[in-house]
Design a protein around this ligand. Structure first.
Ligand code: CO
Length: 330
C-alpha cells in the first residue's frame, strides 16, 4: 500500500547565526554534537537534542524504507517560526529555513517534499512568502496555531488563509507556544495537555467565529495530532451551541456541521481514538501523519493505520496515501 506521511519535521544543521545577524540573543540555532547527533540551541543555550534524520536526506530515506513510507512531507520545527520577532527578521528567517528545506528535499525530490513557513505576524509578508515558496517548489505551508494572543479567527490570519486558497496552497496547522506553561512545568504536560487543547482552541475559534462562512470552500486545511481534543468534545460544543445564545452569536450552523471543512492527521496512537476520528471526520478527511523524527511521534511509522483491526483496506489506502495525494497535489 502506498504511504505518504504528511506530518514530519526537519531542522537544518547549517544556517546563519541569527543571533549575530539580528543583534539579539534568543534566536534558534544548531550545535553539532557528533556525526549523528545535534542540539537545537536557543540564544546559544542548549534547548533539545535531535538526531541526523532532522537534517540528512539519506538518513530519512533509510528510515522511510525501513517502515515502507514512500513519501514524506516535512515542515519546520515550530521553534523556528519567529512569530514573536520583528516581522522583517521573521521573513528573513523564513526564507533561510524554506530554502534549507528545499535543499534537503533535493536529496530525493520524488520522496521528500516540504512545507514552507511564513512570518504570520505580518499578513502582507506572510502572503508574499507563501507565494514565493510555492513557486520555488514547496507543496504547502505550515503555520502555528496562534500568533501571541491572536487565534485563527483573527482578521489578518483569515485574510492569509483566503490568500492560501487563492493560490491553491494547502495549510497544515501545528500547535505551538502552549498555554499556561507555568502550570505545566513537568512531565511534558505542555505536550500532553496544552498541545491538544491548543488545536481544539484553533478549530473552535474558526467554527464559532463564523470564519468558515468567510473562507472559500476550496481552502485546504489540516490540523495536526488528529485535531487535538476536538473530536471527543464535539458533542459538548454542539450542546452548548443549542443551549446558549452566546455560543451561537457568530456561528449560524451547528458546530459539528463544519467538520467537513478541514482534515486531520492520524497521529493519535490508539485504535479507539482513530475510530472516533473516522466517525467524526470520515476516512476521506484523515491523512497519515507521524510527527517523525521526534520521540512523541509514531516511531514504528504506519503501524497504527496498517494494524487497525476494523478499517477496510480501502479505508486504510485513503488514510495512508490517497487523501494526501489529492490534498497536496502530488
Ligand atoms: Co509535529
Amino acid at each position: 500500500m502506498k504511504t505518504i506521511d504528511i506530518h514530519s519535521h526537519f531542522y537544518p544543521d547549517s544556517f546563519p547565526d541569527l543571533d549575530t545577524r539580528f543583534g539579539d540573543g534568543d534566536w534558534p540555532g544548531f550545535r553539532k554534537v557528533s556525526d549523528e547527533k545535534g542540539m537545537i540551541t536557543l540564544g546559544g543555550e542548549d534547548y533539545r537534542p535531535i538526531y541526523d534524520a532532522c537534517w540528512k536526506g539519506e538518513r530519512r530515506i533509510e528510515e522511510m524504507d525501513k517502515y515502507a513510507v514512500d513519501v514524506q512531507i516535512m515542515c519546520a520545527t515550530p521553534i523556528l517560526f519567529a512569530y514573536e520577532k520583528p516581522a522583517r527578521q521573521a521573513l528573513e528567517c523564513a526564507k533561510v529555513i524554506n530554502d534549507e528545506a528545499l535543499r534537503l528535499c533535493s536529496h530525493n525530490p520524488a520522496r521528500l517534499k516540504a512545507m514552507c513557513q511564513v512570518p504570520l505576524q505580518d499578513i502582507d509578508m506572510a502572503c508574499y512568502e507563501v507565494s514565493r515558496a510555492m513557486e520555488c517548489g514547496h507543496v504547502a505551508v505550515q503555520i502555528g496555531n496562534h500568533v501571541k494572543d491572536k487565534n485563527l479567527d483573527d482578521e489578518g490570519i483569515v485574510t492569509f488563509l483566503q490568500h492560501c486558497a487563492s493560490i491553491n496552497a494547502p495549510v497544515l496547522i501545528h500547535p505551538w507556544d502552549m498555554m499556561s506553561p507555568e502550570r505545566m512545568p513537568k512531565y511534558m504536560l505542555q505536550w500532553l495537555v496544552a498541545m491538544p487543547a491548543e488545536t481544539q482552541l484553533s478549530i473552535l475559534s474558526l467554527i464559532l467565529s463564523g470564519s468558515f462562512e468567510r473562507l472559500p470552500e476550496n481552502l485546504k486545511l489540516c490540523f495536526a495530532h488528529g485535531g487535538g481534543s476536538f473530536a471527543y468534545l464535539m458533542g459538548r460544543v454542539d450542546n452548548a451551541w443549542r443551549e446558549r445564545d452566546i455560543v451561537r452569536n457568530d456561528c449560524p450552523n451547528l458546530p459539528s456541521s463544519y467538520m467537513d471543512r478541514f482534515y486531520v492527521d492520524s497521529a493519535v496512537f490508539s485504535d479507539d481514538a482513530l475510530d472516533l476520528l473516522v466517525k467524526c471526520s470520515g476516512t476521506e478527511r484523515i491523512m497519515f501523519g507521524t510527527d517523525y523524527p521526534f520521540p512523541l511521534g509514531e516511531i514504528e511509522m504506519g503501524a497504527l493505520v496498517r494494524g487497525h483491526p476494523t478499517l477496510s483496506d480501502q479505508q486504510k489506502a485513503s488514510i495512508l496515501a490517497d487523501n494526501a495525494a489529492g490534498f497536496f497535489n502530488i
